[in-house]
Design a protein around this ligand. Structure first.
Ligand code: FAD
Length: 451
């Protein structure tokens, strides 16, 4: 590595880039990280963290109404949106400073600006040219906006975090988790929400029972959820967005949020010029050690177009730092049984195979349970919780755990460890429940579902 200014130059200070750069520097490497927006990347600034804060903020309306069943009188609650948004901004600014501190104390040089690869060992930022042994591309992904007339009157999730004022009527377009989460946030905050998805049922990669169950629950909450429907154009009438839908009808709203997918962010990075192979989506093609077609250029996180999740980007960044700069022989990140949550209302937690995926290679037994959560029994709410286990009939291994209901993410995280350890249904059955909780249902489901 002698003769170069840096051992590693990282482009992008998001989840993957920050983790890789601070760990590599911790192992003694000379590291610079380039960031053109805010430290912490998507997750901290316009993703997981502010999204979850908004989910919390939007749940109080329901919580206040439930409180009445427990004897609390609160009067008519009202929301100060600018207070919520401002407090969220302050928390994010605090996290940006925390990231700056973490990188600084690890000895990473932070360079503000747009990084561009000029060659296998050269990166340019503004007028500076950095000479480095290796380059790590960790530039993340960017929302895709569909090419329909009037798309300039719609926003992406990036802008949804900074709306002023809070719109009264919102159209959310898309069937992925970001669309579902924002529909729930806006609904909870008191907006009138319509959600459209062009397919026959949203959340394509999830278990079908989960998808149908959560659709019903979301509708109960008041979201006007329409499938096999899309927007064909948007026009402005004053501040109103007049949306023409694919069935010919018209919908008038104050805000159109397009949550119609994200693509790896590689445009303008100079990668093709440097000989780095990209896939059809623009993602960097890497081998199992995250090395691109140019041996000195690596990539991790959303930009490699595998699983677009923060813990995955962290694991990939960590692997690169440990193996290349720590000299450690650690296992490669394992993409099997990665648990995920959707912070819809009610939320979804899931790990392992869906029933349909499991049926491809296994004979399966299905356990399913649906019930009214104890907390809601003293309220008017008719929300239900659903849990499902997919079990291999041959060796009794639990292949998938799925849940829709309060704290689904918290519950499924624990079950993910069990699946990682290869737990069987008998292991679940022999586990003593915690009573009274919803989670205990996962260890007390005894009767297989007859479909
Ligand atoms: C609305 C939303 C909600 C989400 N919720 C969750 C969730 O609940 N749980 C979860 O696990 N994941 C969630 N995600 C996904 C998660 O945010 C991403 O998977 C994660 O941030 C990917 O990390 P990364 O390091 O690959 O990229 P990012 O975090 O996107 O970081 C990339 C960084 O590179 C910078 N950059 C790009 N190009 C350049 C350049 N040329 N020069 C300099 N800097 C550049 C960008 O400004 C950015 O800061 C969510 C995403 C969104 C959009």
């Amino acid at each position: 590595m002698g003769g170069t200014q840096y051992d590693l130059v990282v482009i992008g200070a998001g989840s993957g880039g920050v983790r890789a750069s601070r760990m590599a520097a911790g192992f003694g490497a000379r590291v610079a990280v380039i960031e053109e927006r805010d430290l912490g990347g998507t997750c901290v600034n316009v993703g997981c963290v502010p999204k979850k804060l908004f989910v919390h903020g939007s749940q109080f309306r329901t919580d206040f109404s439930h409180a009445a069943g427990y004897g609390w009188e609160l009067g008519e609650p009202s929301l100060d949106w600018s207070e919520l948004r401002g407090n969220k901004d302050r928390e994010i600014a605090r996290l940006n400073r925390v990231y700056e501190g973490i990188l600084g104390s690890a000895g990473v040089e932070i360079i503000e600006g747009h990084g561009r690869v000029e060659g296998p060992h050269t990166v340019c930022v503004g007028k500076r040219t950095l000479n480095t042994a290796s380059i790590l591309i960790a530039t993340g992904s960017w929302p895709v906006m569909p090419a329909i007339p009037g798309i300039e009157h719609a926003i992406s999730s990036n802008e949804a975090f900074h709306l002023a004022p809070l719109p009264e009527r919102v159209l959310v377009v898309g069937g992925g988790y970001i669309a579902v989460e924002f529909a729930g946030i806006f609904q909870g905050l008191g907006c009138q929400v319509t959600q459209l998805y062009r397919g026959d049922l949203f959340l394509r990669r999830f278990d079908r029972d989960v998808r149908t169950f959560v659709a019903e629950e979301i509708r109960k909450k008041g979201v006007d959820l329409r499938f096999s429907m899309n927007v064909s154009s948007i026009t402005l009438e004053g501040a109103t967005r007049v949306c023409r839908l694919t069935d010919g009808s018209e919908l008038r709203v104050d805000c159109v949020l397009m949550a119609t997918g994200r693509r790896p962010l590689t445009a303008g990075l100079g990668l093709e010029g440097a000989g780095v192979a990209l896939n059809a989506q623009g993602g960097v093609v890497v081998n199992e050690d995250y090395v691109s077609s140019v041996p000195s250029i690596l990539a991790v996180g959303d930009v490699i177009d595998r699983l677009q999740l923060t813990p995955v980007a962290l694991a990939e960044g960590m692997y690169v730092a440990r193996t290349r700069y720590g000299g450690l022989d650690v296992p490669r990140p394992d993409y099997a049984n990665i648990p995920t949550a959707i912070f819809s209302q009610p939320p979804i937690g899931t790990v392992g195979l869906t029933e349909a995926q499991a049926r491809v290679d296994h004979q399966v037994t299905i356990y399913r349970s649906s019930f009214r959560p104890l907390k809601l029994t003293m309220t008017d709410a008719n929300e239900r919780t659903m849990m499902k286990l997919v079990v291999d009939r041959e060796d009794d291994r639990v292949l998938g755990c799925h849940m829709v209901g309060p704290e689904a993410g918290e519950i499924i995280q624990g079950l993910a460890i069990a699946l990682k350890c290869g737990a069987t249904k008998a292991d679940f059955d022999q586990t003593v429940g915690i009573h009274p909780t919803a989670a205990e249902e996962f260890v007390t489901m005894r009767t297989a579902v007859q479909d």
